[in-house]
Design a protein around this ligand. Sequence first.
Ligand SMILES: Nc1nc2c(c(=O)[nH]1)N[C@H]1C(S)=C(S)[C@@H](COP(=O)(O)OP(=O)(O)OC[C@H]3O[C@@H](n4cnc5c(=O)[nH]c(N)nc54)[C@H](O)[C@@H]3O)O[C@H]1N2
Ligand SMILES: Nc1nc2c(c(=O)[nH]1)N[C@H]1C(S)=C(S)[C@@H](COP(=O)(O)OP(=O)(O)OC[C@H]3O[C@@H](n4cnc5c(=O)[nH]c(N)nc54)[C@H](O)[C@@H]3O)O[C@H]1N2
Ligand code: SF4
Ligand SMILES: [Mo]
Length: 660
Amino acid sequence: MKAVVCPYCGFGCRLLVDEKTMKVKPYPGEPNRGKLCPKGLHSTEFVRSGGRLRRPLKRVGSAMVPVSWGVAIEEISNKLLEIRELYGADAVAFLASSKISNEENYLVQKIARLFGTNNIDNCARLCHEASVHALKLAVGTGAQTNPYEDLEAFNAILIWGYNPAETHPVVMDYILRAKRNGAKIIVVDVRETRTMAFADYKLVIRPGTDITLANAIANVIIREELYDEDFVRSRTDGFSEVRMGVMKYTPEYAEKVTGVSAETIQEVARTFARAGSGALMWGMGLTQHVSGVENVLAVINLALLLGYIGERGGLYPMRGQNNVQGAAYMGALSEFLPGYIPLTDERFRKRVASLWGVEDLPTERGLYLTELWDAIERGDVRALYIVGENPAVSEADFIHVRKALRKLDLLVVQDLFMTRTARYAHYVLPASAFCEKSGSYMNSERRIQWSHRVCEPYGDSKPDWKILMMLGKALGLPGFDYSSIEEITAEYFRLFPELEERSVEELKNSDGIFLPRKRLHTWEFATPDGKARLIAVEQIEPWERPDKEYPLVLTTVRKISHYNTGEMTLRSSSLVRLMGEPKALINEKDAKKLGINDGDWVEIETRRGKIRMRAKVGGVPEGVIAVPFHFKANKLTSPALNKAGTPEFKFSACRVKRFG
Ligand SMILES: Nc1nc2c(c(=O)[nH]1)N[C@H]1C(S)=C(S)[C@@H](COP(=O)(O)OP(=O)(O)OC[C@H]3O[C@@H](n4cnc5c(=O)[nH]c(N)nc54)[C@H](O)[C@@H]3O)O[C@H]1N2
Ligand SMILES: Nc1nc2c(c(=O)[nH]1)N[C@H]1C(S)=C(S)[C@@H](COP(=O)(O)OP(=O)(O)OC[C@H]3O[C@@H](n4cnc5c(=O)[nH]c(N)nc54)[C@H](O)[C@@H]3O)O[C@H]1N2
Ligand code: SF4
Ligand SMILES: [Mo]
């Protein structure tokens, strides 16, 4: 049995995989403590499923024909160099992957930056980047502050726009242990979620009204003097602005905007404040709005007012993909160097450059993943190298994205499968799957864990790091002569002072290493003066309002046995058996008005396009339609971006009719 990191969600369970049978058992130690959800349990199925890419492919006319690795890498690098020669390095963009290891993400951004561009990004942009921006502003670092184990000790857990019962099932074990220890569980969502089944308070709000609700809770906390005066005085700035700012957000006013009663708002504020310690956990319900950054700031204010930091509380932006946290720490983002260090930090930038054997690195922020499509249309970006992402399905308004993909002079897709995105590629490179390679991954609590290789690569596929090494060398970049994955691990360790004394051996033989440490901000925040910032925010309207033509609000959500764009889960026969058919949730009153019965086929249409699926009546407030995002919802979604570059996946104006 070998210990392997689960290839799905950012909770970061480890699996024990049998080398002969490929059967999976849960790892008994941290963080999953002998638990797994069905996705982890059946995760080796897609590895041996049909549909794995066996050999590099090259487009010839409308056909994809096999080529050797040597030819593929040489032709790709020649084309990249030619485009750089003609249009400059910024005409090329790279997408790293939240599915590949730290080492592999480190190499993708190393290639991009040595090639001469900061056009390097990953799906964190579609996900928690608003949390990163808000956390940087408020507390100085961009990640989860406390380990999962702390959850069990807190007296209250406020879960906001986040549905872990379906999206991080194993963290529910921690939440339920906290509940058994007496913690009060409060859930805020726009529908009755599975997570709400375990809640003491269930707040169903109108989509996009989160700032009003958070400000109203702050209003009660301040007016009734429930905040931690010592903490606010000694460890934060900005209290008087927030006090002024939330004055007009009375519970009565908030009731009208959010639909949650004034009494409930008061009770929740008092319960959370009087608990004495508490965690704040949030997800895509907050970040995927044009007000994403401000939404997160508004809820962080609650934790800061109450001093719920360090031993007394924690901020938990629960990360999505198994290595999205690692991708960010490795610098696979267009605005940050490794460790979330800004590109403008000259000392650090030059240190990275000298480690890589060059004088300096590009300093201009690169394009966000979500800005690429317009840039391609304008002709500013001519080549795109994608590792393990599927934007033709996962991006908002994908008709526009697919049009842009068709326009590229060069599209390379490195994946396990012939994905929807790969169909547009000039070259498709077969990558080895998670258990066919070794490497390190970082989970949501910032725990770096080693994943051991279990079996041989499938067909002629290669681990991403080997492909990237070949590419780096072919592009003539310095420092791509690694003889093992461990050499790359050791190289990234050198970028972090906290890892300098740690060894790869220690990582391999332990339950992981926290970067930079287990708990953040216990004594001091990471801001220049060590204080946290309370930042006053006003309610921000969604980009697209419902109107006569499109009177309903569309939001998109996740289901437990489906995963993102489905490339992996749909190739797992056990999961396919567990999956129900994805259905659109519609309120009883709306259904009645539109003559829709449970199980009917409906057509959902926005200004971008229309899709058909079956309806399920109930579970959402009047005026709201909730559609599983997997597969086709992005034909409909709004491409409006927030300050961190994330689309408003959670709010579009739509209309619905019965079909057939
Ligand atoms: N089974 C499964 N697990 C997954 C994934 C998967 O696809 N399938 N994907 C992984 C990834 S990449 C991520 S990022 C995480 C995401 O994990 P979550 O954040 O839990 O995922 P979502 O279901 O997208 O959104 C969370 C909730 O936001 C609510 N919501 C929608 N609009 C609003 C709003 O305006 N306000 C509020 N307060 N709530 C709103 C939705 O009803 C939903 O219940 O899950 C990870 N885990
Ligand atoms: N409407 C709507 N849209 C959304 C969201 C939403 O809530 N609503 N959520 C957004 C969020 S939070 C996210 S994170 C994105 C996810 O968007 P994507 O990252 O594009 O989606 P995935 O399906 O996770 O794609 C991962 C790809 O990596 C490949 N892969 C897996 N392992 C490896 C490997 O080892 N090597 C390589 N090279 N490839 C590998 C898989 O085959 C798959 O094609 O979707 C976003 N889109
Ligand atoms: S909870 Fe997440 S990490 Fe754990 S087994 Fe399920 S998908 Fe994998
Ligand atoms: Mo995500």
